[in-house]
Design a protein around this ligand. Structure first.
Ligand code: GLU
Length: 364
């Protein structure tokens, strides 16, 4: 284990207050510096821009509009980076700011550019500090929360581990404030609907971000072959203890071996529609190495363009694969259930026999 993405949430950086807590940040930076000096490659995903902006402007009453939040981020992001640089300077470590949106990661070329920049920084032993590019990120193009962003970053840099530090010791079997028998879930080998329920259920999502986005994040990493640990940022020396193998927090194991880079990229984007396939096509897909042909598609859900990312659903409705579509939804509605040889007759053109080609497909 060498490359670690570390997500620091606002509640960790502020110790639950309205201001960045320099002492807490110093403790964390000190731990990061120690790992860095031990040869680990750390990529930080840090929230706190808006909080820093509010603090900087002395807590103005701006309402909750999107431009107001974007303004706070614009003010706060440079301030946040300034604090980080000052703290890392103590340890003679350089940092770099990377601001991303979902859009940057869904486009293959921009994804590769982001990856190359991150890789170069890491090679130069500079610690990248990533945040969402809040000032330009509108609803359509933003990731929306830094838990998911940190998972995407872990996938981009092919990390060995994602550590999400939060204000909770991990995910519990029930609300620990209400149920004294609630226990910390130490190990998750498969992310189930039940885990999402536990994460979203009243209580276990105490704190700001909640646990649901953390489980979503772990689903992205797990599918990419990356392990995730959710632990408390106030646990003393939490990073070095995790790095030395101590069992702290909730560990979510990778579902599979590391996927190759192109497949990890495929998994980073949201699906824009789905295709319900018949039992035969589901079997072929699950065997691996097969493309999805129009003849195996029963139903097309959603409206999307050619190139959109789609989920392939079994006849029972479970997601079995995700892939890039060679056809838009209108065309697919015309050719679904048909033999590939008929595509040209029906549409007047063809983008190939496959709807989801095996090179652009990830099994789940
Ligand atoms: N990008 C936001 C900020 O820095 C935080 C988003 C989040 O914490 O999920 O203020």
């Amino acid at each position: 284990m060498r490359r670690i993405v570390l997500k620091l949430g606002t509640s960790v950086l502020t110790k639950g207050t309205a201001r960045l807590n320099r002492q807490r940040m110093l403790e964390l930076v000190q731990q990061i510096a120690a790992l860095h000096n031990d040869g680990f490659e750390i990529i930080v995903v840090s929230s706190g821009a808006q909080t820093a902006g509010r603090e900087r402007l002395d807590f103005p009453d701006l309402g909750k509009s999107v431009p107001a939040k974007q303004m706070l981020s614009a003010v706060g992001q440079s301030h946040l980076m300034h604090v980080y640089q000052d703290l890392f300077d103590i340890f003679a470590i350089n940092v770099a700011q990377i601001l991303l949106t979902r859009d940057d990661l869904s486009h293959r070329v921009r994804y590769l550019n982001a990856r190359d920049t991150l890789d170069t920084l890491i090679e130069q032993r500079i610690i990248p500090i990533v945040n969402e590019n809040d000032t330009i990120a509108t609803e359509e193009i933003r990731v929306g929360d830094n838990d998911n962003l940190s998972a995407l970053v872990a996938s981009v840099v092919d990390a060995d581990l994602l550590i999400i530090l939060t204000d909770q010791p991990g995910i519990f079997t029930d609300d620990p404030r209400k149920n004294p028998k609630a226990a910390l879930i130490q190990n998750v080998t498969q992310i189930s609907d039940n885990l999402f329920k536990l994460a979203g259920g009243a209580g276990s999502s105490i704190g700001t971000g909640g646990m649901v986005t953390k489980v979503q994040a772990a689903q992205i990493t797990s599918r990419s072959g990356i392990k995730t640990i959710i632990a408390s940022g106030s646990e003393p020396q939490v990073l070095s203890r995790i790095a030395s193998g101590e069992k702290i927090g909730t560990h979510i194991e990778a579902e599979r071996n590391r996927s190759d880079s192109r497949k990890r990229w495929l998994l980073t984007d949201r699906t824009q529609g789905s295709l319900v396939v018949d039992a035969g096509a589901a079997r072929m897909l699950l065997k691996g190495g097969a493309s999805l042909l129009p003849v195996g598609i029963r139903e097309v859900r959603g409206d999307f363009e050619r190139g959109a990312k789609l989920a392939a659903l079994s006849p029972e409705g479970s997601e079995i694969a995700q892939g890039l579509s060679n056809y838009n939804s209108d065309d697919l509605r015309k050719i679904c259930g048909q033999k590939s040889q008929k595509i040209v007759d029906i549409l007047g053109y063809s983008y190939g026999d496959a709807v989801l080609h095996r090179n652009n497909l990830v099994l789940l």
